[in-house]
Write a protein that binds this ligand. Structure first.
Ligand SMILES: NC(=O)c1ccc[n+]([C@@H]2O[C@H](COP(=O)([O-])OP(=O)(O)OC[C@H]3O[C@@H](n4cnc5c(N)ncnc54)[C@H](OP(=O)(O)O)[C@@H]3O)[C@@H](O)[C@H]2O)c1
Length: 332
């Protein structure tokens, strides 16, 4: 009999997400039925899309009270009654905020960590963040070599991949924005972007104009709000924006929208939102382009690890307060 430790949502946050919204419980897991796996999480993901789901329904239902918060995990099989799974196999699954879980094998996707890539790579550049970056750039914004590109939240998971991918795909200029001088220097000195802007250090549009005086052709939006407004100012005629996320508004009442939307008409801009869930069939094309870049070190993937199941709420808050670099992961 295996006892799992689980972090459940015990009450919905009122205004603030705090550790008091979650309770650690222990639960004896049932014996495996035919076709099931007992898995142990190596690490699980915290994602911006979880933040609104603590409060309300979004494109996915609000998290249920009393059950572990849903999260993608990279897990290792401890015991299997499924034909093609064995102890020690690696999988990506909806493990949730817990250490052990019993799952139907059909709910697990096998991964084969190879060439020295750590398993958590499948929650980052080879997982949802990487695929999201690829879809936004290649399919939604239809990036062309020579484009001048701005990526917001560029020191985060999706943003860091999108910005590096834009360079690898032949952008003539890649600007990243992030919070603080340290992250801005990380973008230029470590990720090799052409320029970086610390969005807290002054007027965003003025700072962007200083590093992209001819404007931009493509904006990859992870932030929304003032960032989207600045992008609409900066985009050149015929420019394109892939609206990936709007984290500046998550968990808050709706704020005022961009005040410069007439530019969409004047500059004939194309602004398109997308959900990666609609593009999972593009996985093979994504891997064909991305895997070699990960394996040869062109695409760097920074991770901030939070130790212990109890650290999951802090990891989630780090998505809002700047307390992490790259992909935030929890090791339960
Ligand atoms: N469309 C889709 O299918 C899809 C799929 C996955 C993710 N997304 C979206 O993609 C975006 C990035 O997701 P991720 O998983 O890669 O998270 P992430 O970038 O690793 O973490 C979120 C980042 O947002 C930045 N941020 C938080 N509040 C901000 C604010 N008020 N203004 C500016 N920046 C702020 C923080 O960076 P700083 O420390 O630099 O402030 C933080 O690192 C999110 O909007 C998410 O919802 C969309």
């Amino acid at each position: 009999m295996v006892t799992a430790r689980e972090l459940v949502l015990s009450r919905r946050p009122q205004e603030r997400i705090g550790p008091d919204c979650f309770t650690l419980v222990e639960r004896e897991l049932p014996a495996l039925q035919q076709g099931q796996l007992l898995v142990r999480a190596d690490c699980f993901s915290v994602d911006p899309s979880m933040i609104p789901r603590l409060f309300v329904d979004t494109y996915a239902p609000a998290f249920e009270l009393g059950v572990p918060v849903e999260a993608r995990a990279v897990s290792q099989v401890v015991q299997s009654t499924a034909d093609d799974w064995s102890e020690g196999d690696w999988a990506v699954c909806w493990g949730g905020w817990r250490d052990y879980a019993v799952l139907d094998a059909t709910a697990a996707t096998r991964i084969e960590p190879r060439h020295g890539l750590p398993p958590h790579t499948w929650l980052h550049v080879l997982g949802v963040p990487g695929l999201t970056a690829y879809i936004g750039l290649a399919d939604i914004a239809r990036m062309r070599p020579g484009d001048r590109v701005w990526v917001s939240a560029a020191a985060g998971a999706v943003g860091s991949v999108a910005a590096q991918m834009a360079k690898a795909r032949g952008a003539s200029l890649v600007v990243g924005s992030a919070r603080g001088d340290g992250k801005a220097r990380y973008l230029t000195d470590i990720l090799g972007l052409d320029a970086a802007v610390d969005y807290g250090a002054g007027h965003l549009t003025d700072q962007l104009r200083a590093v992209a005086p001819e404007g931009i052709d493509l904006y990859f939006d992870n932030v929304g709000g003032d960032h989207l407004e600045a992008a609409i100012d900066l985009l050149r005629i015929g420019g394109r924006a892939a609206i990936c996320g709007m984290i500046s508004g998550y968990g808050k009442p709706p704020g005022p929208g961009p005040g410069n939307l007439t530019h969409l008409i004047v500059k004939r801009l194309r602004v398109e939102g997308f959900l990666v869930l609609d593009h999972l069939h593009r996985r093979a094309a994504f891997e064909e382009e991305t895997l070699p870049l990960v394996e040869d070190g062109t695409l760097r993937c920074e991770v901030t690890e939070f130790d212990g199941l109890e650290s999951a709420p802090r990891a989630l808050l780090s998505l809002l307060d700047g307390g992490k670099l790259g992909k935030a992961l929890v090791r339960p």
